[in-house]
Design a protein around this ligand. Structure first.
Ligand code: G3P
Length: 217
């Protein structure tokens, strides 16, 4: 499973990348706002840190506008992945951009039929929003499972990118159910390593080691 980091905070991206944990990055207009940075400038900086796909989202709602904005974003770096909304215009733009050799991440997916349409439009990634579905009182993970089944039934190569991940449980469940990628907020990504028995065990080992009076090297 690939890990993307869901942020436009370059300090976080640098730190996590140095740990070898980052296969790509996803941003969206809300994350750009949170960063306080210019979209072109921050996306360029992120693309310089991470070799994998860096999703940058268009804001136009019509096909022509999306294609225009995609051309601007794609010029930033070769690893920019154009993020398009799951609308009819977005799907049309997806078809055109992927036929042209661009990576496309179709975002704001909330149903299996939407994911089917994105795959038929040639999307590189489909982003089902798990956390936001959970917020509605339904099970976001069920959607990931449905999309996995549909894509496998027909051999679609579109990658399932589990998005709107809020917890470490979401990450585990996405991995179990077969999502190809999880895009994870930095804090949740760091939290994956935590276990109280690891801390307790390490403390006990270090205490015993101190009693040996030895040192390595
Ligand atoms: O990748 C999409 C993600 O940024 C949305 O997350 O927590 O705003 O639903 P959230």
């Amino acid at each position: 499973m690939q890990f993307f980091v869901d942020t436009a905070d370059v300090t976080e991206i640098r730190e996590l990348d140095a740990l070898g944990l980052v296969d790509g990055v996803t941003t969206n207009p809300s994350l750009i706002l949170k960063s306080g940075r210019d979209i072109m400038e921050v996306t360029k900086e992120i693309c310089g840190i991470v070799d994998g796909p860096v999703s940058a989202e268009v804001t136009a709602l019509d096909y022509d506008g999306m294609i225009r904005e995609a051309a601007v974003l794609a010029k930033i770096a070769g690893n920019v992945c154009i993020k398009l909304p799951l609308t009819l215009e977005g799907l049309k733009a997806c078809k055109a951009l992927t036929s042209d050799g661009h990576m496309v991440n179709v975002t704001l997916c909330f149903s299996a039929n939407q994911a089917l349409l994105a795959a038929k439009a040639g999307a590189t990634f489909i982003s089902p929003f798990i956390g936001r579905i959970d917020d509605m009182g339904t099970d976001g993970m069920e959607l990931i499972g449905e999309i996995r089944t549909i894509y496998d039934n027909y051999g679609f190569s579109t990658k399932i990118l589990a998005a709107s991940i809020r917890t470490v449980i979401h990450v585990k469940q996405s991995a179990l159910i077969g999502a190809d990628v999880a895009t994870i907020p930095p804090g949740t990504l760091r939290a994956l390593v935590k276990h109280p028995l690891t801390d307790k065990g390490l403390e006990a080992f270090l205490n015993d080691w101190a009693k040996t009076g030895q040192s390595i090297a």
